[in-house]
Design a protein around this ligand. Structure first.
Ligand code: MIG
Length: 884
């Protein structure tokens, strides 16, 4: 509210260019506010890989202001910026290669960033730089004339209205011990009118213009039954915004973990073009411009400008700062069966058996909060789960896993060891009076572990040790819920902002980091219980920038309605673009009961999304896939089997996300950055670069409109292999059997020839390659393979990273990365070449040792698909198939 009083206009900040100093690390200078005369310190640096960082803090704050720790994976490597011009009123900084220039105008203070002469973005051009310097509390001030006035009744009211030192939310009082400390700034993105990112909201892919009181809010909250098409903050936030135009993508990463609002305003502005001859008058044309205004409750201004220039460069730049997606254990890419709750050991056994009975693959069964003894996490309800180890041994024999929930609130109960230990050690968040903060959650009165404290995280990680966590085994993995944190009866159902954390930081500073830290500690615990050998799996509801390093996220409590299925696509795309590839939405919709058709459609969509879990609320009817009649069971079975067959491709995509920061699930525009018609598409998406998926999200749909982008592309029906008519928007007939999926010409997709009961049952199943030819009759693709669960791929280079190339009628298999070695007896059994011009006369396969054999093939003249059979070519060897 205070920041909003500052309207666009001339900034009152002046840069004091005499104060400029420069070093290898950065360029620093001060700026002063013309009215209240407080000095701010500005620091600008260039980071290797086309990234610029701008920091603004008070030159001499009353006390240190919060700087977000632990999100950046390391101190970024800087490159020297040169002062290429310094005159009264202007300072120009150049990057080493002179590709980039930063123009700093002294008054009003503004910074403009140019790339090869093109202005990409400017800062404070609307004069919305806002920085509340810390002040002594009113009671400490000497009664000067000014303060006397401030103490007068009317202005005191005004101060309270604006919440400077305290604020009321209903019955909650937030006392701001350190007073007002809000920061903000505006950015203008030149030539851009498509902006994306800043999850998590139940909103469209393209960010919309905001109006007063309708900003995108980044504040992690547990909002049960949240609406769709809303900019309120839900469970997680990543303050990364992407802007795109045909020849460039740019990113703004606003590193601040306090409550943050983002205003967006896209408009057309007149651009003056000077024409060649002086005689001609200047012409005007309309240019798009997007203004983005960030406002945070506290902390400092610390912003990273990611200069791309491509979307994939942005993903790399963001990963360079915050890390890449952790490589998931293979089982976690299978199907997960969850419910609040699977009641007891018999229930677990019965559901597990149900999957076998109905011949549906699945990897993991989940236990929600009711499995515990009175919501005391790390314990078991002794009646319902008398022998959790035995239950896990049973699942282990079936080659399946168990995930249990572990929430961050701790029941106040002196007989509960977790509580009494944490209490003794002082590991809980405190209230403003220094007592342990108490809130209500599932167990009743609870305290909240202070995960911002590294010592608490270490201790927490140790709780996952097998000997400490009684009844746990190495097939048990973890789900962190309620970690916004959720506090029943708290303001907005979360922790008071004036609660106090480690090092005396108020909760308001760290709020959006709370879940990030819990998942970090949990993942560390799972790694440590295996002595560093095994990859963890941890699902979290709350997240922040960098959460990708610790596991998976899901979109929380969605509702079993068509609109929620539809919105899940842009929501997952937005989370994916923000670095978190391993994401999913509850299949079926958590709240309520989906009609069978909706459930079927949700399975079909989920099967082609990164994290694939069916889940349902306590009040919802049971929803195991076989409860909706034989026909629906059959269709769901088919959807899940398609997922399992596709796992080699999906796992390879995750390896790319892990090593090269490429999102697994991607909006069309990042694959077709020059095609404007793709920029707003959110009803279909790419899975990797090879598959285009168009979920059906309308009831009783008979057809869907599919955009197959790229005039020079060829697209194939993924199941029927036939080439689609020319690209463009096609009306595709659909039945309930499946959803439209297409393979892009020029790609090779590795698949398994058949699905098994779980991923572990499929280790030896042979492979099949789908080679889809482009206009040049070429294709390339990859396969990544390792043991699927350990860190040996990293420490011992035990992996296979293969490349398949189709060129001049020869399909060859070779190394992508020779440093990796992994032995497998698996073979490529079958190859299907899509879009093959004519019936071949003969086909031979030769291995590198010169052995040649003839290959059996069939050619379908209708679809132009050539199928090569009984190949038995080793996955880990080089070979060639020649088609004549
Ligand atoms: O609001 O643990 O989003 O997946 O089943 C209820 C019970 C608390 C919220 C999670 C949901 C989970 C449920 N939890």
């Amino acid at each position: 509210r205070r920041q909003k009083l500052l309207r666009p206009g001339k900034s009152l900040y002046r840069a004091l260019l005499d104060s400029v100093t420069s070093s290898d690390e950065n360029v620093k200078f001060q700026i002063i506010h013309e009215e209240h005369k407080v000095l701010l310190q500005v620091e600008i640096c260039e980071i290797e890989g086309n990234i610029f960082r701008l920091k603004i803090d008070e030159a001499s704050p009353l006390r240190a202001r919060y700087r977000v720790p632990d999100v950046l994976i390391k101190e970024p490597t800087t490159q020297r910026l040169f002062i290429s011009q310094k005159e009264p009123g202007i300072l120009v900084l150049s990057s080493v290669n002179e590709d980039y220039k930063l123009q700093v105008a002294a008054y009003p203070f503004q910074v403009e960033l140019q790339s090869k002469g093109e202005t990409v973005l400017s800062m404070n051009s609307n004069g919305l730089l806002y920085f509340e310097h810390l002040q002594p509390p009113p009671s400490d001030r000497k009664p000067t004339a000014e303060n006397k006035e401030a103490a007068s009744d009317s202005s005191k009211e005004k101060q309270e209205d604006l919440g400077l030192w305290q604020e009321k939310f209903g019955s909650f009082l937030d006392i701001k011990a350190h007073g007002p400390s809000s920061v903000g700034m505006d950015f203008s993105l030149h030539g851009f009118d498509h902006v994306y990112g800043i999850p998590q909201h139940t909103e469209a892919l393209l960010l919309k213009n905001t109006s007063d009181d309708d900003a995108y809010r980044l504040y992690n909250l547990d909002i049960f039954g949240h609406k769709i098409h809303d900019k309120i903050g839900i469970y997680g936030s990543v303050p990364l915004l992407l802007a795109h135009k045909p020849n460039r993508t740019t990113g703004i990463f606003w590193l601040n973990s306090s409550e943050t609002l983002v205003d967006i305003n896209t408009k057309a502005v007149a651009e003056h073009m000077l024409s060649g001859s002086a005689a001609e008058t200047a012409k005007q044309r309309a240019m798009p411009l997007t203004d983005v205004r960030w406002m945070s409750e506290s902390g400092i201004i610390d912003v990273f400008l990611l200069m791309g220039p491509t979307a994939f460069d942005i993903f790399k730049q963001f990963a360079q700062l915050t890390g890449t997606q952790a490589l998931p254990p293979l089982f976690s890419l299978g199907y997960h069966q969850c419910r609040w709750n699977y009641e007891d050991e018999q229930d677990v056994k019965a559901v597990d058996a149900g999957f076998d009975e109905h011949d549906i693959p699945y990897d993991v069964i989940w236990l929600d909060i009711e499995h515990t003894d009175g919501k005391k996490y790390f314990t078991w309800d002794k009646k319902k789960f008398q022998n959790p180890r035995k239950m896990q041994e049973h699942l282990r024999k079936k080659k399946r896993k168990l995930v249990v929930i572990v929430d961050p609130h701790v029941k106040i109960d002196p007989t509960y060891t977790l509580y009494s230990q944490a209490k003794d050690k002082g590991y809980f968040v405190k209230d403003r009076n220094g007592q342990d903060f108490e809130g209500i959650c599932w167990p009743g009165s609870s305290c909240y572990l202070d995960f911002t404290n590294p010592e608490v995280r270490k201790w927490y990680a140790d709780q996952f040790a097998f000997k400490t966590y009684k009844g746990s085994t190495n097939i048990l993995f973890v789900w962190n819920d309620m970690n916004e944190p959720s506090v029943f009866k708290g303001a907005e159902l979360t922790m008071q902002k004036d609660a106090v954390h480690y090092n005396n930081w108020e909760h308001r500073e760290v709020h959006n980091l709370y879940g990030f830290y819990q998942q970090m500690a949990t993942a560390e615990g799972l790694i440590r219980r295996s002595s560093g050998k095994e990859r963890p799996f941890v699902l979290t509801r709350s997240f922040f920038a960098g959460s990708q390093k610790y596991g998976a996220v899901w979109t929380g409590d969605n509702t079993a309605e068509w609109g929620y299925l539809k919105i899940s696509i842009p929501m997952l795309l937005t989370i994916s673009m923000a670095g978190i590839s391993f994401c999913g939405a509850d299949v079926g919709g958590f709240i309520g009961d989906p009609e069978p058709e909706l459930l079927v459609r949700w399975y079909q969509a989920g099967a082609y999304q990164p994290f694939f879990r069916g889940h349902s609320n306590m009040e919802s009817k049971r929803r195991e896939p076989w409860l909706f009649g034989e026909k629906n069971t059959q269709i769901i079975r088919e959807a899940i089997r398609e997922r399992y067959v596709l796992l080699p491709y999906l796992y390879t995509l995750f390896y790319r996300a892990h090593t090269a920061a490429e999102p697994v699930m991607r909006p069309l525009w990042i694959e077709f950055p020059g095609k404007i018609e793709t920029f707003g598409v959110e009803n279909e998406y790419m899975l990797g670069n090879a598959l285009l998926v168009h979920p059906v999200t309308e009831q009783e749909a008979k057809t869907v409109s599919v955009l197959l982008p790229g005039s020079e592309e060829i697209w194939y029906d993924f199941r029927k292999f036939k080439r689609m008519e020319d690209p463009g928007t096609l009306k595709i007939p659909v039945t309930l059997e499946n959803i439209p999926v297409f393979q892009r010409g020029g790609t090779v997709i590795p698949l398994k020839t058949t699905a098994g009961k779980s991923t572990e049952w499929m280790i030896d199943v042979s492979y099949e390659l789908h080679v889809a030819l482009d206009t040049e009759a070429c294709a390339v693709g990859e396969l990544y393979l390792d043991d699927g669960h350990s860190f040996q791929y990293l420490h011992k280079k035990q992996f296979l990273y293969r490349k398949f190339t189709f060129h001049k009628n020869i399909l060859s298999s070779s190394h992508t990365d020779e440093s990796g070695q992994y032995h497998t007896t698996c073979v490529v059994e079958q190859v299907i070449v899509l879009g093959f011009g004519q019936q071949p006369t003969f086909v031979t396969a030769c291995s590198k040792d010169g052995k040649e054999k003839e290959v059996v093939f069939t050619y379908n003249t209708k679809t132009s698909a050539l199928t090569l059979e009984n190949l038995a070519l080793s996955v880990d060897a080089d070979w060639e198939i020649c088609i004549n």
